[in-house]
Design a binder for this molecule. Structure first.
Ligand code: SF4
Ligand code: SF4
Length: 139
């Protein structure tokens, strides 16, 4: 990678960091990687990148990897991470901002439309799945 490419990548990364901070309303650099958010996350076993790693990668402006991650769609917006963070960082909002960015980029066209399910199928879904899907639909 030459110097011009490095400068370009760095400026794209900085713009991404600024965007995540603006959309989520969170200061990414406040995180000191204690890991409490990931330790309490009920969906951690189903994620490819843990919540604390999401914050670290967001600090580093790793847009491509973050927007391609399974985690941003696996998070069920339960807010447990927010309640555990000693720095009062709202990790769920950071993840929501990544979902919004992915949706605005047109990255996903396979979203679950709850209203297209039959009433019986909707009745079988756990409430948190409904809440999570509706949040993602309204992003
Ligand atoms: S709990 Fe807060 S400070 Fe700790 S790793 Fe998660 S976001 Fe960072
Ligand atoms: S809001 Fe998402 S990342 Fe945070 S604890 Fe719940 S599932 Fe995990």
């Amino acid at each position: 990678m030459n110097n011009t490419t490095l400068r370009l990548s760095s400026s794209i990364g900085s713009a991404f960091v600024a965007k995540v901070e603006k959309v989520s309303g969170q200061k990414l650099l406040a995180c000191y990687q204690c890991g409490k958010c990931s330790a309490g996350c009920p969906m951690a076993a189903h994620m490819d990148i843990l919540p604390n790693q999401i914050v670290r990668m967001a600090q580093l402006g790793m847009q491509k990897q973050l927007l391609a991650s399974k985690t941003i769609w696996t998070c069920v917006s339960c807010l447990t991470c927010n309640s555990r963070c000693p720095k009062d960082i709202r990790i769920a909002e950071i993840i929501e901002s990544l979902r919004q960015t992915a949706l605005h980029n047109g990255q996903r066209d396979d979203r679950l439309n709850i209203m297209e399910l039959s009433p019986a199928a909707r009745g079988d879904l756990p409430p948190i799945a409904m809440i999570s899907a509706m949040r993602k639909l309204t992003s």
